[in-house]
Design a protein. Structure first.
Length: 556
């Protein structure tokens, strides 16, 4: 290919990449646009389309980081130590505090930036590992849009009736780039840092320059201050790769130096996270409550459903390639990345499912190899020659493959609109409830505990800075007892002495009485002398707890 033609092709690919990036920005934003514009007059869209508990947790962190560098846990009634730090949410919190922008707007800006950087990153990484343009674009599309066979479970549900089988095989976000970019941008952000760390470490071996290892360590440092647990994946992959290269090519000195540099520079965030979860019981309890989500990596025989045909083809490419340990550094690194990542996702930790994030990269690249080096030639022998000799045959092959792997994400995308069309909790709050939170924001303090149902409680720390009694499946300490307390409190059958004792024990300052609280029981808060109304709207009231005054009045 002449230099001029190569230059034109390069410009054409960059133009296509720009168009695709803009399309991804628009497409992943459509559910939010729908949520805002379809909101009924009495409801407010809360700028979340999926994963409300976790997103409100990030709002809480952003709000706190707008004030402090080290923060406590505002999603539980108990006082906790101000020792937590996360670089990402600190930066976003500082941006909100400096500009005055609402947290939802800052979060949306972060999501858009993540999409705009992630899409070119995918293309860049695929171009490093793919052997030609066909494989490069195939790997790009599989990484960006690929998903598993969860759509089969959806069809089975509607055909056979009943509940959805194995929901985690459909809804797991971490290995699904499209779903991450649409609803959980922090996973796309973390995957970006994982991949850049790997590429820089690989470059250190390819070019024999220590500067790339230093760069990998610095990127790993950022990753450790955002997602500390991802460093275990980094260390496992780079460690095994360096060991193989050292043993095979007698490059022991480089392997020790490069891995040592990466480990030394990147480790502070991991050490600090480990320290606070060991030294402070309340933070240790938060980590322990990750089991409450019930989210575990699907068992190995479920991976073909979760990850779909790309995973199956990746296995074909992995085991059919010769030699097993290729001398090409990139091929070797790709194999190590794929197989080590497959073991890491089953580490015996209660957040193991998060390690699926980033695995879509080696899966897609290996799948593209199998598609054009195995499946394509095999079909060429089976199909009429006039079809397989056509220059459009590779494009048609990729198009058919994408048509098979797209339905799951098409379903997940369409389901967001259907889910939002209900205009109900947790994506919408009644405007009276939002107004009550606005009153708390103006009149409450960070030490005030607000008692409510979880549907509104999860929004309290992010929108008001107050502490919530019940807000999150992991961050709310003693979760299951708190759920029982909320259910009992709003019931008119609970002994009033128990209600008083609960408010005193947790030093509750305000009690919310909104739509969700009314649904829990027939309590009449106006009949309780220790609840003083401070805010009133047709669908939401706030009461200040005044146990001392009511006790004195009863004694008189």
């Amino acid at each position: 290919m002449s230099d001029g033609k190569a230059s034109r092709n390069g410009r054409r690919e960059k133009l296509w990449l720009l168009v695709i990036t803009l399309l991804m920005v628009v497409i992943t934003s459509l559910p939010y646009v729908y949520g805002y514009h379809s909101s009924p007059p009495d409801k407010q869209f809360m700028s979340i389309i999926l994963g409300t508990p976790d997103t409100t947790q990030y709002f809480s962190w952003m709000r706190s980081f707008g004030r402090d560098i080290l923060i406590n846990n505002q999603m539980t009634a108990e006082p906790t130590e101000s020792v937590f730090f996360n670089l990402l949410w600190w930066l976003l919190g500082q941006l909100s505090a400096a500009t005055g922008w609402e947290l939802a707007a800052v979060y949306q800006l972060f999501r858009l930036v993540t999409v705009a950087t992630f899409v070119p990153l995918v293309y860049w990484v695929c171009s490093l590992f793919a052997k030609d343009a066909r494989q490069r674009w195939a790997a790009f599309w599989i990484t960006l849009l690929g998903a598993g066979l969860g759509w089969v479970l959806v069809v089975a549900k509607y055909v056979a009736g009943g509940d959805l089988l194995w929901p985690f095989d459909l809804y797991t976000v971490e290995p699904n780039s499209f779903l991450s970019l649409m609803a959980f941008p922090h996973f796309g952000n973390a995957a970006t840092f994982i991949v850049i760390t790997f590429v820089l470490f690989l470059a250190a071996f390819e070019r024999r320059r220590v500067g790339y290892a230093i760069g990998a360590g610095l990127v790993g440092l950022i990753l450790g201050l955002i997602h500390a647990y991802d460093l275990l994946l980094i260390y496992a992959v780079v460690g095994l790769y360096a060991l193989i290269v050292a043993w095979r090519d007698k490059r022991w000195r480089e392997a020790i130096v490069y891995t040592g540099i990466v480990g030394l520079i990147s480790s502070p965030g991991a050490f600090y996270s480990f320290y606070i979860t060991q030294a402070f019981p309340t933070w240790r309890d938060v980590l322990a409550q990750f089991v409450n989500a019930g989210a575990w990596t699907p068992l190995p025989y479920h991976l073909p459903i979760l990850l779909g045909l790309p995973f199956i083809l990746a296995l074909v490419a992995f085991f059919r390639q010769r030699p097993f340990l290729p001398h090409n550094q990139r091929d070797l690194f790709l194999k190590v990345w794929f197989i080590v990542h497959g073991f890491i996702i089953y580490l015996p930790v209660n957040y193991q499912i998060h390690y699926l994030n980033g695995w879509q990269f080696p899966i897609a690249i290996l799948a593209s190899q199998a598609l054009f080096e195995r499946i394509g030639p095999w079909l060429s022998r089976k199909l009429p020659e006039r079809l397989t000799r056509s220059p459009r045959y590779p494009v048609a092959l990729l198009a058919v493959f994408l048509a098979v792997i797209l339905p799951t994400n098409v379903y997940l995308f369409a389901w967001r609109f259907y889910d939002l069309s209900r205009h109900s909790y947790p994506y919408y709050l009644h405007r009276d409830e939002v107004a009550a939170l606005g009153w708390l924001d103006q009149n409450g303090t960070p030490d005030d505990v607000v008692f409510s149902a979880v549907e509104v409680g999860q929004y309290i720390p992010g929108l008001t800075s107050n502490r919530a009694f019940l807000a999150h499946w992991a961050m709310t300490l003693d979760l299951y007892n708190k759920q029982k307390y909320v259910q009992s409190f709003y019931s008119d059958t609970w002994p009033d002495a128990d209600r008083r004792n609960l408010l005193a024990t947790y030093q509750v300052k305000y009690v919310l009485w909104g739509q969700q609280e009314r649904a829990l029981g027939r309590l009449d808060p106006k009949a309780l002398p220790y609840l003083v109304e401070v805010f009133s709207a047709p669908e939401a009231q706030l009461y200040r707890v005044d146990l001392k005054s009511s006790q004195s009045a009863s004694q008189d």
